[in-house]
Design a protein around this ligand. Structure first.
Ligand code: 13P
Length: 250
Protein backbone atom coordinates (compact mmCIF):
# COMPACT_ATOMS: atom_id res chain seq x y z
CA UNK A 1 0.00 0.00 0.00
CA UNK A 2 1.47 3.36 -1.05
CA UNK A 3 1.32 6.21 1.45
CA UNK A 4 -0.07 9.53 0.28
CA UNK A 5 2.41 12.40 0.00
CA UNK A 6 1.52 16.06 -0.38
CA UNK A 7 4.26 18.54 -1.23
CA UNK A 8 4.27 22.34 -1.23
CA UNK A 9 6.33 24.08 -3.89
CA UNK A 10 6.50 27.72 -2.88
CA UNK A 11 8.54 28.60 -5.98
CA UNK A 12 10.09 32.11 -5.76
CA UNK A 13 7.59 33.43 -3.24
CA UNK A 14 7.52 34.47 0.38
CA UNK A 15 9.27 36.55 3.01
CA UNK A 16 10.73 35.43 6.32
CA UNK A 17 7.53 36.56 8.03
CA UNK A 18 5.30 34.67 5.57
CA UNK A 19 7.41 31.54 5.90
CA UNK A 20 7.02 31.64 9.68
CA UNK A 21 3.28 32.19 9.41
CA UNK A 22 2.72 29.45 6.83
CA UNK A 23 4.76 26.90 8.75
CA UNK A 24 3.03 27.68 12.05
CA UNK A 25 -0.31 27.23 10.29
CA UNK A 26 0.76 23.97 8.66
CA UNK A 27 2.09 22.57 11.92
CA UNK A 28 -1.12 23.41 13.73
CA UNK A 29 -3.47 22.21 11.00
CA UNK A 30 -1.88 19.19 9.33
CA UNK A 31 -2.01 15.69 10.72
CA UNK A 32 1.33 14.59 9.32
CA UNK A 33 0.89 11.14 10.82
CA UNK A 34 -2.01 10.55 8.41
CA UNK A 35 -0.16 11.55 5.23
CA UNK A 36 3.42 12.43 4.35
CA UNK A 37 4.07 16.14 3.85
CA UNK A 38 7.07 17.93 2.35
CA UNK A 39 7.75 21.65 1.93
CA UNK A 40 9.94 22.91 -0.92
CA UNK A 41 11.17 26.31 0.11
CA UNK A 42 13.43 28.84 -1.62
CA UNK A 43 17.01 28.00 -0.58
CA UNK A 44 17.48 31.22 1.37
CA UNK A 45 14.67 30.26 3.75
CA UNK A 46 15.85 26.70 4.44
CA UNK A 47 17.38 27.68 7.76
CA UNK A 48 14.04 29.17 8.89
CA UNK A 49 12.22 26.07 7.64
CA UNK A 50 14.63 23.78 9.46
CA UNK A 51 14.17 25.67 12.72
CA UNK A 52 10.40 25.66 12.41
CA UNK A 53 9.91 22.05 11.31
CA UNK A 54 12.69 20.20 13.09
CA UNK A 55 11.14 17.60 15.38
CA UNK A 56 7.80 17.71 13.51
CA UNK A 57 6.60 15.01 11.11
CA UNK A 58 6.75 17.45 8.18
CA UNK A 59 9.76 17.07 5.86
CA UNK A 60 11.33 19.72 3.65
CA UNK A 61 13.65 20.17 0.71
CA UNK A 62 15.19 22.45 -1.89
CA UNK A 63 13.56 23.39 -5.19
CA UNK A 64 16.69 22.79 -7.24
CA UNK A 65 20.24 21.56 -6.84
CA UNK A 66 23.49 21.32 -8.78
CA UNK A 67 24.90 17.87 -9.43
CA UNK A 68 28.49 18.81 -8.58
CA UNK A 69 29.74 18.52 -5.00
CA UNK A 70 31.23 22.02 -4.95
CA UNK A 71 33.16 24.42 -7.16
CA UNK A 72 32.87 27.39 -9.47
CA UNK A 73 29.10 27.35 -10.08
CA UNK A 74 28.02 30.83 -9.10
CA UNK A 75 24.49 30.99 -7.75
CA UNK A 76 24.05 27.23 -7.37
CA UNK A 77 23.34 25.08 -4.32
CA UNK A 78 24.93 21.70 -3.60
CA UNK A 79 23.44 18.58 -2.06
CA UNK A 80 25.84 18.93 0.87
CA UNK A 81 24.39 22.38 1.54
CA UNK A 82 20.81 21.12 1.35
CA UNK A 83 21.69 18.30 3.73
CA UNK A 84 23.24 20.71 6.19
CA UNK A 85 19.85 22.38 6.41
CA UNK A 86 18.07 19.08 7.02
CA UNK A 87 16.60 18.58 3.54
CA UNK A 88 15.22 15.11 3.05
CA UNK A 89 13.96 15.88 -0.47
CA UNK A 90 14.91 17.90 -3.52
CA UNK A 91 12.75 18.84 -6.50
CA UNK A 92 14.41 17.94 -9.79
CA UNK A 93 13.35 18.81 -13.32
CA UNK A 94 10.41 21.04 -12.52
CA UNK A 95 8.93 22.26 -15.81
CA UNK A 96 9.96 25.81 -14.93
CA UNK A 97 13.56 24.61 -14.63
CA UNK A 98 13.26 22.76 -17.93
CA UNK A 99 11.61 25.55 -19.92
CA UNK A 100 12.94 28.76 -18.33
CA UNK A 101 16.42 27.53 -17.40
CA UNK A 102 17.06 25.06 -20.20
CA UNK A 103 17.44 21.88 -18.15
CA UNK A 104 17.58 18.92 -20.52
CA UNK A 105 16.58 15.34 -19.73
CA UNK A 106 20.30 14.60 -19.33
CA UNK A 107 20.89 17.40 -16.84
CA UNK A 108 17.84 16.27 -14.89
CA UNK A 109 19.14 12.69 -14.86
CA UNK A 110 22.53 13.90 -13.55
CA UNK A 111 20.84 15.77 -10.74
CA UNK A 112 18.68 12.79 -9.78
CA UNK A 113 21.77 10.55 -9.71
CA UNK A 114 23.67 13.06 -7.55
CA UNK A 115 20.75 13.39 -5.11
CA UNK A 116 20.46 9.62 -4.77
CA UNK A 117 24.19 9.28 -4.10
CA UNK A 118 23.91 11.95 -1.43
CA UNK A 119 20.98 10.18 0.22
CA UNK A 120 18.48 12.95 -0.58
CA UNK A 121 15.17 11.82 -2.11
CA UNK A 122 14.63 13.36 -5.55
CA UNK A 123 11.11 14.35 -6.52
CA UNK A 124 11.39 13.99 -10.28
CA UNK A 125 8.99 16.27 -12.15
CA UNK A 126 7.78 15.43 -15.63
CA UNK A 127 4.92 16.53 -17.84
CA UNK A 128 3.83 17.57 -21.30
CA UNK A 129 3.09 21.03 -22.72
CA UNK A 130 -0.30 21.96 -24.15
CA UNK A 131 1.08 21.68 -27.67
CA UNK A 132 2.36 18.18 -26.94
CA UNK A 133 -0.98 17.12 -25.44
CA UNK A 134 -2.84 18.49 -28.44
CA UNK A 135 -0.58 16.63 -30.82
CA UNK A 136 -1.23 13.39 -28.97
CA UNK A 137 2.30 12.79 -27.68
CA UNK A 138 1.65 13.09 -23.92
CA UNK A 139 2.57 9.49 -23.12
CA UNK A 140 5.61 9.60 -25.38
CA UNK A 141 6.96 12.80 -23.79
CA UNK A 142 6.40 11.64 -20.21
CA UNK A 143 7.89 8.22 -20.90
CA UNK A 144 10.92 9.86 -22.55
CA UNK A 145 11.45 12.06 -19.49
CA UNK A 146 11.22 9.03 -17.19
CA UNK A 147 13.42 6.87 -19.40
CA UNK A 148 16.26 9.42 -19.41
CA UNK A 149 16.43 9.07 -15.63
CA UNK A 150 15.78 5.33 -15.57
CA UNK A 151 18.67 4.78 -17.98
CA UNK A 152 20.92 6.72 -15.61
CA UNK A 153 19.88 5.46 -12.15
CA UNK A 154 18.17 2.16 -12.93
CA UNK A 155 15.51 0.36 -10.94
CA UNK A 156 17.58 0.74 -7.77
CA UNK A 157 17.33 4.52 -8.14
CA UNK A 158 13.61 4.44 -8.86
CA UNK A 159 13.11 2.48 -5.66
CA UNK A 160 14.26 5.61 -3.84
CA UNK A 161 12.58 8.47 -5.66
CA UNK A 162 9.19 10.08 -6.08
CA UNK A 163 7.69 11.06 -9.44
CA UNK A 164 5.50 14.13 -9.86
CA UNK A 165 3.44 14.32 -13.05
CA UNK A 166 2.72 17.98 -13.75
CA UNK A 167 1.12 18.77 -17.10
CA UNK A 168 2.66 22.12 -18.02
CA UNK A 169 -0.70 23.48 -19.24
CA UNK A 170 -2.19 22.92 -15.77
CA UNK A 171 0.55 24.72 -13.83
CA UNK A 172 -0.53 28.07 -12.45
CA UNK A 173 -3.35 28.30 -14.95
CA UNK A 174 -6.28 27.24 -12.78
CA UNK A 175 -6.87 24.45 -15.33
CA UNK A 176 -6.52 21.24 -13.33
CA UNK A 177 -6.34 18.04 -15.34
CA UNK A 178 -9.54 16.13 -14.71
CA UNK A 179 -9.09 13.18 -12.35
CA UNK A 180 -9.60 10.88 -15.36
CA UNK A 181 -7.05 12.72 -17.51
CA UNK A 182 -4.49 12.58 -14.71
CA UNK A 183 -5.25 8.95 -13.89
CA UNK A 184 -4.76 7.97 -17.53
CA UNK A 185 -1.21 9.36 -17.53
CA UNK A 186 -0.37 8.02 -14.07
CA UNK A 187 -1.51 4.54 -15.09
CA UNK A 188 0.57 4.75 -18.27
CA UNK A 189 3.66 5.83 -16.31
CA UNK A 190 3.20 3.00 -13.86
CA UNK A 191 2.79 0.57 -16.77
CA UNK A 192 6.02 1.90 -18.28
CA UNK A 193 7.84 1.41 -14.96
CA UNK A 194 6.32 -2.03 -14.59
CA UNK A 195 8.21 -3.13 -17.68
CA UNK A 196 11.41 -2.25 -15.83
CA UNK A 197 10.40 -3.81 -12.50
CA UNK A 198 6.95 -4.81 -11.25
CA UNK A 199 7.73 -4.41 -7.53
CA UNK A 200 9.19 -0.93 -8.00
CA UNK A 201 6.22 0.15 -10.14
CA UNK A 202 3.80 -1.01 -7.46
CA UNK A 203 5.69 0.81 -4.71
CA UNK A 204 6.63 4.13 -6.32
CA UNK A 205 4.69 7.24 -5.36
CA UNK A 206 3.44 9.20 -8.38
CA UNK A 207 2.05 12.61 -7.43
CA UNK A 208 -0.10 14.90 -9.53
CA UNK A 209 0.64 18.63 -9.79
CA UNK A 210 -1.06 21.49 -11.62
CA UNK A 211 -3.62 23.84 -10.05
CA UNK A 212 -4.47 21.44 -7.21
CA UNK A 213 -6.85 23.12 -4.77
CA UNK A 214 -8.53 21.91 -1.59
CA UNK A 215 -11.77 21.64 -3.57
CA UNK A 216 -10.29 19.42 -6.30
CA UNK A 217 -7.85 17.34 -4.24
CA UNK A 218 -10.14 14.60 -2.93
CA UNK A 219 -11.32 13.59 -6.41
CA UNK A 220 -7.78 13.51 -7.76
CA UNK A 221 -6.41 11.54 -4.82
CA UNK A 222 -9.25 9.02 -5.09
CA UNK A 223 -7.78 7.81 -8.39
CA UNK A 224 -5.97 4.49 -8.03
CA UNK A 225 -2.62 5.63 -9.44
CA UNK A 226 -2.49 9.14 -7.94
CA UNK A 227 -0.58 9.04 -4.67
CA UNK A 228 -0.78 12.67 -3.62
CA UNK A 229 -0.02 16.10 -4.97
CA UNK A 230 2.67 18.67 -5.69
CA UNK A 231 1.04 22.00 -4.94
CA UNK A 232 2.15 25.46 -6.08
CA UNK A 233 -0.15 28.44 -5.58
CA UNK A 234 -2.45 26.79 -3.05
CA UNK A 235 0.53 25.93 -0.83
CA UNK A 236 0.92 29.65 -0.08
CA UNK A 237 -2.44 29.64 1.73
CA UNK A 238 -2.71 27.85 5.04
CA UNK A 239 -6.33 26.78 4.74
CA UNK A 240 -5.95 25.55 1.17
CA UNK A 241 -2.84 23.51 1.84
CA UNK A 242 -4.18 22.04 5.07
CA UNK A 243 -7.36 21.12 3.17
CA UNK A 244 -5.30 19.34 0.48
CA UNK A 245 -3.38 17.41 3.16
CA UNK A 246 -6.63 16.43 4.82
CA UNK A 247 -7.96 15.17 1.48
CA UNK A 248 -4.85 13.01 1.11
CA UNK A 249 -5.20 11.67 4.64
CA UNK A 250 -8.64 10.26 3.84
P1 13P B 1 0.21 25.38 -9.25
O1 13P B 1 -0.36 24.51 -8.16
O2 13P B 1 0.34 26.81 -8.87
O3 13P B 1 -0.49 25.15 -10.54
O4 13P B 1 1.73 24.88 -9.47
C1 13P B 1 1.97 23.54 -9.64
C2 13P B 1 3.43 23.31 -9.59
O5 13P B 1 4.15 23.69 -10.50
C3 13P B 1 4.00 22.66 -8.40
O6 13P B 1 5.30 22.29 -8.61
Amino acid sequence: MRQALVAANWKMNGTKAQVAELLAGFKAGINAQACQVAIFSPAVFLSDVQQALQGSAIAWGGQNVHSAESGAYTGETSLGMLKEFGCQYVLVGHSERRTLFGESDEVVAEKVAAALSAGVTPMLCIGETLEERESGVTAEVCRRQLKAVLDKVGVAGFNKLVVAYEPVWAIGTGKTASPEQAQEVHADLRAFLQDADAEMAKKIQILYGGSVKAASAAELFAMPDIDGGLVGGASLQIEEFVGICNAAAQ
